[in-house]
Design a protein around this ligand. Structure first.
Ligand code: GRF
Length: 205
């Protein structure tokens, strides 16, 4: 895009990394004016690592299970995040809660994708909880990360119909297809400076 400086983003992911892959593809296709400078993961077996290797993106592994305490893990993570210091951190299937010191250090610079229409069904098993509740519509939410779980200002949401006969896997897959569009779109808006936060409300300009 003419006149838009490329931003630097970094991704935190814990597992399969299909959202990470969607971001890699969108950058490759020139849809996001950014480079991805790092993958940070808490899980040495995450398939996201393979995706980063294939895309030539540096990987930092901070193995949660080999850290002596949650505090030690958080400290190592904070140091790794400070070292990368991108314009934006993207939580793409990062399955841990970020500690307060990290959230405060990067206030307004961390976004997360969640597989439900927040504020409904925060936390783990969002798709299962939506089904158990009997909702007819669910979806996904991209939001800024604040100090409460899945609570920060909402950037984008997409609706997905719940169909008769859906089980957790079917619904999760249908939502995931939308996540793969929604997350790159939110990153693009951020990188193009089009998100204006006013209290809880994010305006897209
Ligand atoms: C996605 O549904 C995401 O919303 C949730 O965990 C899942 C991660 O999938 N937080 P992937 O690792 O991006 O494939």
């Amino acid at each position: 895009m003419v006149g838009t400086m490329k931003k630097r983003i970094a991704v935190l992911a814990s597992g399969r990394g299909s959202n990470f892959q969607a971001v890699i593809e969108a950058i490759r296709q020139g849809k996001i004016p950014a480079t991805c400078s790092a993958l940070i993961t808490d899980n040495p077996r995450a398939y996201a690592i393979e995706r980063a290797n294939q895309a030539g993106i540096p990987v930092t592994v901070i193995d949660y299970s080999s850290c002596p305490s949650r505090e030690a893990y958080e400290y190592a993570l904070l140091k790794a995040m400070q070292q990368v210091n991108p314009d934006l951190f993207v939580l793409a299937g990062y399955m841990r809660i970020l500690g307060t010191s990290i959230v405060r250090s990067f206030s307004g610079k961390i976004i997360n994708i969640h597989p439900a229409l927040l504020p409904s069904f925060p936390g783990l098993h969002a798709q299962r909880n939506a089904l158990d509740y009997g909702v007819k519509v669910s979806g996904c939410t991209v939001h800024f990360v604040d100090e409460s779980l899945d609570c920060g200002p909402i950037i984008l949401q997409r609706c997905v119909s719940v169909r008769d006969g859906d089980d957790e896997d079917l619904l999760a897959e249908r939502i995931l297809n939308h996540e793969h569009e929604c997350l790159p779109e939110a990153i693009r808006l951020f990188c193009e400076g089009k998100l204006v936060m006013n209290g809880r409300t994010v305006r897209i300009i």
